[in-house]
Write a protein that binds this ligand. Structure first.
Ligand code: FES
Ligand code: FES
Length: 167
């Protein structure tokens, strides 16, 4: 099969039961995407598929032949960081760092959802205007668990990028 990862076409020979997460990590050596729980509970495996955030442990690689997949490696690289990566550094938005790729990819997808006016459970109204205060950011990032509990700094990092309109 063929997958398009970070704009590059990749040929793979996979068991059809292979999750997208295992295809990335075990077959393409893209180990930035982390395996935390492997069953949709932690968000460490978050990638963007056609711009939308998805838990890659919960979807099969063979379902994505026609999709554009973006992993943390595609957002930024050393020396050319994505604004969200810069902001996590500036705000000290991590401790062990294991959840961090998923947090950053999810945050980028989440800002796009907010920009489109998609409401969350924390939204005060449904008129398409989203004001990303701490409650909104926390709710929208609630699928990404951090066992080091770096949440306050993660929220600060995301709010800063949003206020600067950087991502
Ligand atoms: S590894 Fe996918 S949600 Fe935890
Ligand atoms: S920084 Fe350690 S799990 Fe989040």
């Amino acid at each position: 099969m063929r997958l398009t990862i970070n704009g590059v076409g990749q040929e793979l020979d996979l068991d059809i039961r292979t999750s997208l997460l295992d295809a990335l990590r075990d077959h393409l050596a893209l180990t930035g995407t982390k395996k935390g729980c492997d069953h949709g509970q932690c968000g460490a495996c978050t990638v963007l598929i056609n711009g939308r955030r998805v838990n890659s442990c919960l979807t099969l690689a063979v379902m994505h032949e026609d999709d554009e997949i973006t992993t943390i490696e595609g957002l930024g690289q050393p020396g050319n960081l994505h604004p969200m990566q810069e902001s996590f550094l500036q705000h000290d938005g991590f401790q062990c760092g294991y959840c961090t790729p998923g947090q950053i990819v999810s945050a980028v997808g989440m800002l796009d959802e907010a920009k489109k006016g998609w409401p969350s459970h924390a939204s005060k109204d449904l008129d398409g205007t989203v004001s990303l205060d701490n409650a909104e950011i926390s709710e929208r990032m609630s699928g990404n668990i951090c066992r080091c509990s770096a949440y306050p700094n993660i929220v600060d990092a995301i709010r800063d990028v949003n206020e600067k309109g950087a991502a």
